[in-house]
Write a protein that binds this ligand. Sequence first.
Ligand SMILES: C[S@@+](CC[C@H](N)C(=O)[O-])C[C@H]1O[C@@H](n2cnc3c(N)ncnc32)[C@H](O)[C@@H]1O
Length: 342
Amino acid sequence: MDKPVYFTDYGAAYCGDSLLLLEQLEDNSIDLVVTSPPFALLRKKEYGNENQEDYVEWLGQFATKVFPKLKDTGSFVVDLGGAYQKGKPIRSLYNFKVLLYFCDNVGFKLAEEFYWFNPSKLPSPIEWVNKRKIRAKDSVNTVWWFSKTDNPKADIRKVLTPYSDRMKKLIENPDKFYTPKKRPSGHDISSSFGNDNGGAIPSNLLQISNSESNSRYLALCKKFGIKAHPARFPHKLPEFFIKMLTDEGDLVVDIFGGSCTTGEVCDNLKRKWKCFELDRNYLAASAFRFIPKDLDDNSIKNIYDKISAGSVIEQKFSSISDIDIVEDIPPIENNLFKAEDF
Ligand SMILES: C[S@@+](CC[C@H](N)C(=O)[O-])C[C@H]1O[C@@H](n2cnc3c(N)ncnc32)[C@H](O)[C@@H]1O
């Protein structure tokens, strides 16, 4: 496989087109691909968007490459923001077309549809929401959880949410709050409803604010005057699926890596990971997530500059401690690939 731009104890970041990088992976080797592609927005984002019409087929190519690389127990989680049709207050159906294409043309199953509700999302599009006031604020992304087979690896007990206060009281004293009975719906709610299972089963509506402001990644971007990636995942989004759908040591891949949030979450959760990203500068800044905390500012900036200029970091990040080692990194052409592990 191509040489990673940098690597950590658990994973590695690669610069390139994920259509080509995916081909280099072994078949049936990935437990989870979790990703947020460039959306089919009307306003061109700085990192490039395909037109809405071409978008489904464009993204379909990636799905076709992902499919054979997943284990039979593997999952493919795709976060897609909604969009309006050009100049009209009616919605594009592209995210639903993506869903149908992946299932009808590629062979994926829809394990479950999730909705990511971001309460801190700003109102848009301005024309329909703010000016004419004829549409509500769009603050929900569709997150399709695809699987290769009917039975992907999954355990909802790994992502239980805190009990409500009422439920906590019920667990403390079930008899006081609750008489087991058959509901009008026919559901037989037995007294086991009051068992303490360590938390409540989450719903497929994930409420996660995307308002991260105090991360090391952002702090270092600011310090060195580098523009942070404009469309980052909040950590909690990939974290939910990585916890639910994989175990420690499993392999997680993000094929549209951006600032490599997925990699950082995987490092924290002890999952192996690979991030693929086309834009070298995004990848260079993503290194801020992994650089040892005791490294001085010059060394950190040095690593960023080397990666931006086309070098790869041959040393595992956790073992980088001396600026001299970093200074000696040869340019990419002179490197023979060694890190076969990645
Ligand atoms: C929505 S962003 C992902 C952000 C990421 N989830 C994060 O938390 O930072 C999509 C990324 O896909 C990258 N991209 C677009 N086409 C690509 C391709 N063919 N191969 C690899 N990356 C690509 C873009 O450069 C962009 O950074």
